[in-house]
Design a protein around this ligand. Structure first.
Ligand code: 5AD
Ligand code: SF4
Length: 439
């Protein structure tokens, strides 16, 4: 018997890449690959890359430089680049780093088996098309293993919003939604494999409009159908645009018990002037009113957001407006980034903010967000929550999982197994997690 070929995948960036990496591993599983956690042991290394900020893209080239010597140790090793850097830079990657054998864009993963055969035959392979066929359909029917209790499921890809700073509409293309029946089939199959929580993914997931039995469906309608799937206990979705939070989706947060009380809703800035220049087509006020409506139907919801500081021409007053918005919302989680110029986007033409000023603003914003995050974690002490148990903790008898609010929770002397939803009381808030005991 020949020993299986080893596949090492390193994933950068967003959760959609995590989902895509799993699908790529399944596709190559059909070619006799098993995954390894050790790059030095691999016959194929794939970097699933992110292009959202310049740093993210540069990391890929430095990683490729580090991996190159492995080819001298193992002449059978093939190196591939997937994801948004592959889509954006294509052939340029092989020019800059000749150790790369394969470049595959996010819409072509179902073609990986043929591409793998090509590189094994000693050629290079490049595919950054936006093909007509549905890659998700072609990625089906691969070997199925038991899955962890929480899984991602991509329902929508691409974005039509064209925020002035963002490469996504160029690298991932226009919005495309998967038909509802396909999403429901995949969800049922995940549940059969042990999954109890599904996070629906899309670059702009709440713009979902996949084909349904009576015309296009909204995300709210899809969530309601998913909630009826037996054994699926928890649903989340990410990431959303404020302008696509329609009435039905807001109401779903109050009506659908399976929809977890956590929402990632990026605002990017608290200044109307900056929001306008970002082409966000909402104001700080309309965003706050939207949150009020969501909190009215689900008062305990925990909010999360994304921020960009140092957007071109951002003044001190603009930045103060962002701080003010954060003080008003009090996010349970938030991700803040220093503006990074992306060539080809409209904002790349505008004058930059001084780098030291942008750094100082980022630190100030992150300190405020951390303060709120700690307060909110602290306020969970004494509360009863339910935890989806995902794995054993470090201490004997301890299990680790996520609360409905997405907090990481350690349960002491756990009487629950992986995949159980345990009722617990929070007894302590630590920096990045909570500690709990059974009720
Ligand atoms: N510079 C900095 N941050 C960016 N993001 C997107 N594009 C850029 C950029 N050019 C951030 C946004 C987005 C998150 C995924 O990344 O906040 O919501
Ligand atoms: Fe990028 Fe999100 Fe704006 Fe789309 S909505 S352009 S993905 S930041």
């Amino acid at each position: 018997m020949t020993s299986p070929k080893k596949l090492f995948i390193k994933t950068y960036g967003c959760q959609m890449n995590v989902y895509d990496s799993e699908r790529m591993a399944e596709a190559l599983g059909g070619q006799g690959y098993v995954e390894t956690l050790d790059a030095a042991d691999a016959d194929m290394i794939l970097l699933n890359t992110c292009h959202i900020r310049e740093k993210a893209a540069e990391k890929v080239y430095s990683e490729l430089g580090r991996l190159k010597p492995l080819k001298e140790l193992n002449p059978n090793l093939k190196i591939g680049v997937a994801g948004c850097v592959a889509q954006a830079e294509g052939e340029e990657i092989m020019r800059r780093q000749p150790a790369v054998d394969l470049v595959v864009g996010p819409q072509s993963y179902h073609r990986l088996p043929q591409m793998e055969a090509r590189v094994r035959a000693g050629h290079t392979a490049l595919d950054t098309d936006f093909p007509e066929e549905d890659k998700f359909e072609h990625l089906k029917g691969r070997p199925k293993a038991r899955r962890a209790p929480a899984a991602f499921l991509t329902v929508q890809e691409g974005c039509d919003k064209f925020c002035a700073f963002c490469v996504v509409p160029y690298t991932r293309g226009a919005e495309v939604s998967r038909p509802a029946s396909r999403v429901l089939d995949e969800a049922r199959e995940l549940v059969e494999r042990g999954v109890r929580e599904i996070t629906l993914l899309g670059q702009n997931v709440n713009a979902y409009h996949g084909a349904g039995p009576k015309g296009d469906m909204t995300l709210a309608a899809l969530i309601k159908d998913l909630a009826k799937v037996d054994g699926l206990e928890r649903i989340r979705y990410t990431t959303s645009h404020p302008n696509d939070m329609d009435d039905a989706l807001i109401e779903a947060h109050g009506e659908v018990p399976e929809l977890m009380p956590y929402l990632h809703l990026p605002v990017q800035s608290g200044s109307d002037q900056i929001l306008k220049r970002m082409n966000r087509s909402h104001t700080a006020e309309s965003y706050l009113r939207l949150l009020e409506r969501i909190r009215a139907v689900r008062p305990d919801i925990i909010l999360s957001g994304d921020f960009i500081v140092g957007f071109p021409e951002e003044t001190d007053a603009d930045f103060e407006a962002t701080m003010e918005l954060v003080r008003e919302v009090r996010y349970g989680y938030a991700y803040s980034f220093k503006y990074s110029t992306r060539p080809g986007t409209p904002a790349a033409e505008r004058p930059l903010v001084d780098a030291d000023v942008a750094d100082a603003r980022l630190q100030q914003l992150q300190a405020l967000i951390t303060e709120h995050q700690r307060d909110i974690q602290g306020s969970m002490v004494g509360r009863e929550v339910s935890v989806l148990v995902e794995r054993a903790g470090r201490e004997p008898g301890q299990m680790l999982g996520k609360s409905e609010y997405l907090h990481a929770v350690h349960i002491d002397d756990a009487k629950a197994a992986i995949g159980d939803i345990a009722k617990v009381r929070i007894v302590e808030a630590k920096t990045n997690s909570l500690r709990a005991v059974h009720l």
